[in-house]
Design a protein around this ligand. Sequence first.
Ligand code: IMP
Ligand code: MG
Length: 182
Amino acid sequence: MKTLLTESELQTGVSQMAAAITASSTGRQLTIIGVLTGSVVLLADLIRQIDQPMRVGVIQASSYRGATTERGELVINSALMIDISGRDVLLVDDIFDTGHTLAKVVAKLQDLGPASIRSAVLLRKTGRQEVDYQPDFTAFSIPDEFVVGYGLDYEDMYRNLPYLAALEPADLAKHASQAGAF
Ligand code: IMP
Ligand code: MG
């Protein structure tokens, strides 16, 4: 694995994004919604650095993947989410790649009648966007590589790495041979 962003680089980027979110505050209470599961590490770090009254909830978006890193069909589950009607929502996700996931989650939340919806992502992959929608806050732009760590996974592993790493073909082969062995 190749380290793309160290723990301290991640902290700096997240702090800057938190400061930008705080600076854009209208003084109204925020409702922060984290997209499970990839946003959990970012969510924990970000909310503690936004100096503003807030409610925090989660929504789940999962795209079922096969053996490859190709995107599968997206399933959004809002059963566990707090009420957002009439609220100023800030949606938090790990990565904006093609953008389909975030655009679909925003559309789903829009149906629930919030006062406003903005979004914040840790990462954005350059040259990959396929939708009109843009996140309002981005901590880092990265090249088009498959990354893990700081919440991001490959087959639900590596989310616990405190740094961000690019998975290389040799890592994928190793992962396949060790699956279930830990
Ligand atoms: P999008 O719909 O193409 O923008 O993809 C967004 C979702 O795909 C993210 O929420 C991640 O769950 C996943 N994803 C995209 N790129 C990566 C990556 O490099 N590493 C891990 N997950 C990724
Ligand atoms: Mg995700």
